[in-house]
Design a protein around this ligand. Sequence first.
Ligand code: NOJ
Length: 478
Amino acid sequence: MGRPWWQTAVLYQIYLRSFADSNDDGVGDLRGVIDRLDYLGWLGVDALWLSPVTVSPDRDWGYDVADYRSIQPAFGSLDDLDELVARARERDMRIVLDLVPNHTSDRHPWFGDARASRTARRRSYYVWADPNPDGSSPNNWRSTFGDGPAWEHSPETGQLYLHSFLPEQVDLDWWNEDVRDEFDDVMRFWLDRGIAGFRLDVAHAIVKDRELRDVPAAAQPGVRVDLDETYAVQRRWRALIDGCEGEPRVLIGETWVLELEALARFYGNGTDQLHLAFNFPFTFSPLEADALRDVVERTYDVLPPDAWPVWMLSNHDIERMATRLCGGDARKIKCALLALLTLRGTAVLYQGDEIGLEQVDVPRERLRDIAGRDGCRTPIPWTPDGGWREPWLPLGSTARNVAGQREDEASILRFVRDVVARRRQSEDLRSGAYASLVAPRGVWAYRRGRSTVVAINLSDERAEFEGRPLEPWEGAIL
Ligand code: NOJ
């Protein structure tokens, strides 16, 4: 009904290293994704968001980019990516890339140049400051990783540079027009190859306070952000993206804010900033009827009229929903995924959600991530033996695996596939309005569009909704 594809879409996040390994080197790769397109088509998802595929020394597993235009060799080549785009297209599936504009790797040639001297050509691509006379940092900003200052001493020139994350992830200075131009070019490079859009890393905090003023103590750890200017950069990107030839493209922001009012502002007037802004208040809501109804209603209320919500429950940074929200209980997992897929808005599945994959307790000696996020990044178990040869992270339990669940009509996977198919077929579910319905305690019920009703019993008691009995932790599309 004239809606752009990304509104009705189910997106599927691929954490490439752990998705599928085509050459048995223990690391997932682009060919692995090509090999699994049949599976993804069978599941019914519309687009794949790939976590960073570009060259990186992997201090933060791809989120420290050393070359924005080349593929990390372990993942394959540009040809492989082009082939993935083409082969996905044959199945009416799009590829969205992760873009990391907040910072580069310290190995990026821009920083190699910048750090060498105060007059270097790219010096002003980054944020520099003099230390205080006693050698300390210029303000109270603290980095998200580790518990130290967000400033690192650079011996070549005696100044400090800003890093919101690791010292090896150097913040770019988004006040600099040249930086803006560089990223316009990077975006065009990928858009010209048929990429359907970008998930924007750290989209809420791109532009820093120009005067480098302290942050209020309550905002720690963190850096002071100039939000108005961050919105201005988003408007620039939106204009670029919406100006593309052909099919609409999409910008999905990683907007890590915990207030819905703050989230709403990343949509601007509803059509001039981000197309989609990740809703962390929803992600972190408990799996309870009142809490979910409340955050969902408030989301619809607070977003500007033409804005479109996006719902997500897991990603590569947070504990998997199957464990965090559902304690591993298959009934609860189905309820949570039913809600995710039947709300008005774009739905994002993280790889493994569809089989109820649980957080893995990775032994200390096998941890690879500087922030210990490995447990949500472990490989997908494709078969009862996992289907991996010596994967880079341990597999964890393979009791829930893709092959087994494909055969089992009662599985989480078959349930998810059915709901995705229902969503595809139903105009109500794709785009109809949301309205909460009065329901017994513990039950969350809503109407979508004209006549589609979803009722989910998020309680340990049997319940009934409009004459339909609901077992504990049972949800249904009525
Ligand atoms: C958010 C990404 O999702 C996370 O994995 C990364 O560590 C930080 N941004 C820094 O890029």
